[in-house]
Design a protein around this ligand. Structure first.
Ligand code: PHE
Ligand code: ZN
Length: 887
């Protein structure tokens, strides 16, 4: 297990390495239990480092020996070697080589970091600090080396041998062994090292780059699954083209390989020329993958591919700069998906995800900067804040300086920092230079945690025909940061009237409360101080403000909406994001009122007018089915909990939401049934925007039918389930049965299991769905699932599908008032922590909003966290999360 010695790590303590490793030559002899790794490190003192400093190479649980320095055996008293470190007391002052031998047991590696076994393959995972589990090394991202990897294996055990870079040699050895040598000419940090050996099938293809080079593409999968890699391959080729067209970035090696494995801690990994993927982000066929799965594959394949430039060619100087590669690459994959599908649908999905994952993090005890300044365990900083908020910050930058300057800044960044390990300041400086703008204040996006609040007040002066918006920003305190300074917020605004969009007529830049011509033309206004007043002229009637169009900055908007104003936006706003937002805001306000009433013993608020307004969206669904499906999808229970923020009672929230869902369904039943009928004619399956829009509308209609008329809903869901010819229709209808129709549930679940028993990705869905059922049996059901023969405590996807889903997506039962759900999670986390610290720590993050719960549940959560904290043999990962959660 990882030790806690050198911690915490602080950004302020960064020092350049005292030694550099120019070249790494590895020979890896694969064996299930005793893999031999021989490493030759070609090193030299760093001219910028401390001369004559001892050399400290990182290890993590290693078993090995130092074989030679410059080819001769080292003197016994010149070094010290232990599982976690190799120290040379007085290394040569000239360039030198080290020969190191280690043996690792891939089968016993349950952390899934370093070299491990998954299915029929040996594979590696090195980010962030896994390479030190393979050999002793300067395991830090600012040490860039050229790697050559010779892999040897018994041909029967591993006929396929893959490494980073280009294949230079293969051949046979004695006794049924064979080998392959891979050479990666691009200097890289060791976290991008990868190798794979195994018995795998491959889907091969090729791509011709913009300069006419032909690149061989391979996606390696379990035998029998090759056909299911077709969509991932198609996504890869589209990503490669898109990066050329949108950013001028071309691929740089002769081959690009992807390996899909079923045991993986995260989504996927961008190792140079050899991405390793959680197979849920590769494998898809219409009968096994939902539209959501297809979209996820497209995004993750693109994300890892885009890392080749943003992450690999330009990497991070240290792990504090993680957002430099992750936030930027998420921004790039969002843009790619928007271009491949529907931009508004993509934007709404991204914002929903940001609010569901990052906003709660930013509002709770685990809040941290997009660029943290201190960590105890870097694995715990692969967070929604670094990824999703990191991407929003790039989008905000682009809004702020404009698309042309943004592209020039990116070009400059690629040109100036190619081949280096960069920091956020260097990146931002490129945009300051390209735009001519001072971005000093912009850096606060990286150094202040918490979600800024944008408060807007309005005033209409009928006689003067002016309409005034007062904008004001603030940011709540977060752990360790009491006072916040104003940030740069680009705020897109339009004025909506029932007759259409009002043109923005405003005082010029030199007048009182003026705006620049560019602001007025773009409709994007900068708020960089605490407050700003915008005065709009020549308005014969009071408009409704459409604020933060397209979610132009990642903030919480507060405005004293009237129901009329929101319904006007829902009907007339030209910005589809804000049309969707108007429906969400209306629903949220009504449900919040209901929650308060229910807790006071009263009746829920009357949602009639709102349900009528959504009825008009339902009636007009054909104009834009994807939008209609999103608009009638009410905010989730977790969305409501987040808005309520304190003294949260998950049961009251569920009651309020179910009431509204029922009313919405009842009031629109005939229209919903007509839609469900209209969309129930068989159509060929295409996993694209148009096909998925119709399927999601069909399922949303079915869901509301089930809410409004449970018997009719169950009847239709059962029929849809029995006749479905694709997984979206099938799993969607199964979910509606499982969550709404207890009488139909068991038979449908059993039939589904029967049919897909051999398909682990589908069975993950089966497990997850049952963990979500929000009734009093939930915990017993979850325990039952964990006793199912197909359950596994060691496969991360399976564990997450049951325990993660229960903790993250079953709020009434996970937060049961008797504390049973909290106790259960604590018990599982402690158990999992002994095998896989990263996965355990991520499950524990389900407590991130515990401080907002009502008193009884809050006390139960605190007790569960304290029980974990009382253990003295926790991993660094779990120790870090539990300590910060309780602080
Ligand atoms: N770097 C990976 C990505 O976002 C994520 C990852 C981190 C995977 C750590 C494994 C381990 O693309
Ligand atoms: Zn990434």
């Amino acid at each position: 297990m990882r030790t806690d010695t050198a911690r915490p790590v602080r950004l302020a303590d960064y020092r350049v390495p005292d030694y550099l490793i120019d070249k790494v030559d590895l020979v890896v002899r694969l064996d299930r239990h005793e893999t031999l790794v021989r490493a030759r490190l070609t090193m030299r003192p760093n001219p910028k480092g401390k001369a004559g400093a001892p050399l400290l190479l990182d290890g993590d649980g290693l078993n090995g020996k130092l074989v030679g320095i410059d080819g001769t055996p080292p003197a016994q008293d010149s070094f010290r070697i232990g599982p976690d470190q190799l120290e040379l007391f007085d290394p040569p002052r000239q360039p030198f080589t080290l020969d190191i031998e280690t043996t690792v047991d891939p089968t016993a590696n349950t952390q899934l970091m370093g070299l491990y076994r998954s299915g029929a393959a040996y594979c590696t995972q090195c980010e962030a600090e896994g390479f030190r589990r393979i050999t002793y090394f300067l395991d830090r991202p600012d040490v860039l080396s050229v790697y050559s990897t010779r892999i040897e294996a018994q041909r029967s055990d591993a006929p396929i041998l893959l490494g980073n870079g280009n294949l230079v040699e293969t051949g046979d050895l004695a006794d049924g062994w064979h080998y392959a040598v891979w050479n990666d000419p691009f200097p890289k940090p060791c976290y991008l090292f990868a190798m794979v050996g195994g018995d795998l099938d491959v889907l091969s293809d090729s791509f011709t780059t913009m300069s006419g080079r032909k690149v061989g593409l391979g996606i390696y999968v379990e035998h029998g699954k090759r056909d299911r890699a077709a969509y991932a391959m198609d996504s890869l080729k589209r990503s490669m083209r898109w990066d050329e067209e949108q950013f001028g970035r071309e691929y740089d090696l002769d081959v690009f390989n992807i390996v899909a494995v079923s045991d993986f801690n995260m989504g996927a990994m961008e190792n140079k020329g050899l991405n390793v993927f959680n197979d849920k982000y590769i494998l898809a066929s219409p009968d096994t993958a939902t539209d959501t799965d297809y979209a996820g594959i497209e995004t993750v394949v693109a994300h890892e591919y885009f890392h080749n430039w943003t992450g690999n060619r330009i990497t991070c100087r240290d792990w504090f700069q993680l957002c430099l590669k992750e936030g930027l690459t998420v921004f790039r994959d969002h843009e790619f998906s928007a271009d491949q599908r529907s931009r508004p649908v993509q934007r709404i999905g991204a914002v929903r995800n940001l609010r569901a994952t990052q906003f709660p993090e930013d509002a709770g005890p685990l809040a941290h900067n997009v660029r943290p300044e201190l960590y105890h365990e870097i694995n715990n900083f692969y967070t929604p804040t670094v990824y999703e908020k990191g991407a929003e910050v790039i989008r905000t930058l682009k809004q702020f300086i404009g698309a042309d300057a943004f592209r020039r800044g990116m070009d400059l960044y690629f040109e100036r920092y190619d081949g280096t390990a960069a920091i956020v300041e260097e990146f931002i400086a490129c945009f300051a230079e390209a735009s001519g703008r001072d971005l000093t204040q912009f850096m606060r996006w990286y150094s202040q945690a918490g979600t800024p609040v944008l408060t807007v007040r309005e005033k209409y002066d009928e006689s003067a025909q002016t309409y005034t918006l007062e904008l004001e920003q603030s940011c709540p305190p977060t752990p360790g940061q009491q006072l916040k300074l104003p940030q740069i917020l680009p705020i897109a605004i339009g004025l909506v009237t029932p007759d259409g969009e009002a043109s923005l007529d405003m005082p010029g830049p030199n007048e009182a409360n003026g705006a620049s011509a560019e602001e007025i033309a773009r409709g994007v206004f900068e708020l960089s101080g605490r407050a700003r007043r915008l005065v709009f002229r020549n308005l014969a009637q009071k408009p409704v403000p459409s604020i933060l169009r397209g979610f132009s900055a990642p903030v919480r908007l507060e405005f004293d909406w009237s129901e009329d104003a929101l319904l006007t936006l829902l009907a007339h706003d030209s910005d589809s994001f804000n049309r969707w937002q108007a429906a969400q805001t209306s629903a949220t306000r009504l449900m919040q009122a209901s929650v308060a009433a229910i807790r006071g013993g009263g009746a829920p608020a009357d949602p009639t007018r709102f349900c009528q307004a959504l009825g008009r969206v339902i009636d007009g669904w054909k104009a834009d089915p994807a939008f209609a499906a999103l608009a009638i999808n009410l905010p989730s229970e977790l969305d409501l909990a987040r808005e309520i923020a304190s003294d949260v009672d998950p049961d009251a929230i569920r009651t309020a939401r179910q009431h509204m869902r029922g009313t919405l369904g009842q009031m629109n039943l005939p229209a919903l049934m007509a839609i469900h009928d209209a969309l129930s004619v068989p159509a060929p399956f295409t996993p694209d925007a148009a096909g998925s829009a119709n399927r999601s509308m069909r399922l949303m209609a079915l869901d509301l039918i089930a809410a409004g008329d449970p018997a009719e809903g169950a009847r239709r869901a059962k029929h849809q389930f029995e006749t479905a010819d694709n997984m979206t229709d099938m799993f969607g209808s199964l979910s509606i049965l499982a969550l709404n129709a207890p009488a139909e549930r068991e038979a449908a679940l059993a039939a589904f299991y029967q049919r897909f028993a051999n398909d682990h990705l589908v069975i993950d869905k089966w497990f997850a769905l049952q963990a979500m059922i929000p009734d009093g049996e939930a915990l017993a059901r979850v325990r039952g699932l964990m006793a199912h023969p197909a359950f596994s405590m060691t496969n991360p996807n399976r564990l997450r599908s049951v325990v993660g889903t229960f903790a993250m997506a079953n709020p009434t039962q996970f937060n049961a008032a008797d504390g049973s759900g909290h106790d259960f999670l604590a018990e599982v986390v402690l158990d999992v922590d002994r095998r896989n610290a990263q996965v355990a720590a991520r499950l524990l993050v389900a407590f991130r909003s515990w401080k907002g719960l009502e008193a009884k549940r809050r006390a139960a959560a605190e007790a569960a966290l304290k029980r974990i904290a009382a253990h003295n043999d926790l991993s660094a990962d779990v120790r870090d999360i539990v300590t910060r959660s309780l602080a």
